[in-house]
Ligand binder design. Structure first.
Ligand code: PEP
Length: 264
């Protein structure tokens, strides 16, 4: 039932702390030219970029002025609305810049900034309050994998992140095994599918069949042009969250055009 619904695949590029606002403009412009040359159909694959906060205004201006078929969002959001939170960025500010998405709970935030499951859940609520679709990142470390198997930690993280949210919301889930991020060692498509299916079961249980059926589940972790097609063949994998390869225009454009590699 949940897999009979068509979900528009999403290829999302997480730039992390790379590309300043001038480099961002050049990159997005060239990406758009490439998509136009390839007669990219935005209804068949959605493309989104996640630049650093300081680039968002420039990216918004370019995309809206030229009506480019590229969505964009931020890499994080504060759980707070406003006030004395030095260095934080609120959902209201991101919504004011027309962000459609926000990445929440990336493993680098969880590890380097000690972000807890509770904070991730608060950020999800803060994003939804401003109609930003959260891309909720979950994934196990190599140690978790050894101790608990592959699905247990991502499942627990997703349950914590969506607790108490309404069943009508627009969310995206990104399964990113921590051991696969930036390591060059991606999960296999079968591993990604197994965890994605477990995550979809959590969505059914928590938010109901309809939301589960329309929610996109991405795979992330060392995705490249040479391995994207394998992931996209899996029924529960609806796209990719791409880190390193999203900074290479040729590679990222080729990932976006994965349908051509598999003749879909
Ligand atoms: C990421 O950081 O979200 C990621 C998937 O990185 P990479 O593609 O470089 O493994």
């Amino acid at each position: 039932m949940t897999n009979s619904v068509r979900r528009t695949p999403l290829i999302a590029g997480n730039w992390k702390m790379n590309l300043d606002h001038l480099q961002a403009i050049a990159f997005v412009q060239k990406l758009a030219w490439g998509l136009a040359d390839a007669k990219h159909d935005a209804s068949s694959v959605e493309v989104a970029v996640f630049p650093p906060f300081t680039d968002l205004r420039s990216v918004q201006t370019l995309i809206s002025a030229d009506k480019l078929p590229i969505a964009f969002g931020a890499q994080d959001v504060s759980e707070h609305e406003s006030g004395a939170y030095t260095g934080e960025i609120s959902g209201a500010f991101l919504a004011g810049l027309d962000c459609r998405y926000v990445i929440i709970g990336h493993s680098e935030r969880r590890t380097l900034h000690a972000e807890s499951d509770e904070q991730v859940a608060a950020k999800v609520k803060a994003a939804l309050k401003h109609n930003l679709a959260p891309i909720i990142c979950v994934g196990e470390t190599a140690e978790d994998l050894e101790k608990h198997g592959q699905s247990a930690v991502p499942v627990a993280q997703l349950k914590a992140a969506i607790e108490g949210i309404s069943s009508t919301v627009d969310i995206v889930v990104a399964y990113e095994p921590v051991w696969a991020i930036g390591s060059g060692q991606a999960a296999t498509p079968e591993q990604a599918e197994q965890v994605a299916a477990a995550l979809r079961a959590v969505l059914v249980e928590t938010l109901g069949e309809d939301v589960a059926a329309k929610t996109r589940i991405l795979y992330g972790g060392s995705v490249k042009a040479s391995n994207i097609a394998g992931f996209m063949r899996e029924p529960n994998v609806d796209g990719a969250l791409v880190g390193g390869a999203s900074l290479d225009l040729t590679e990222f454009s080729s990932i976006v055009r994965y349908q051509k590699h598999v003749g879909l």
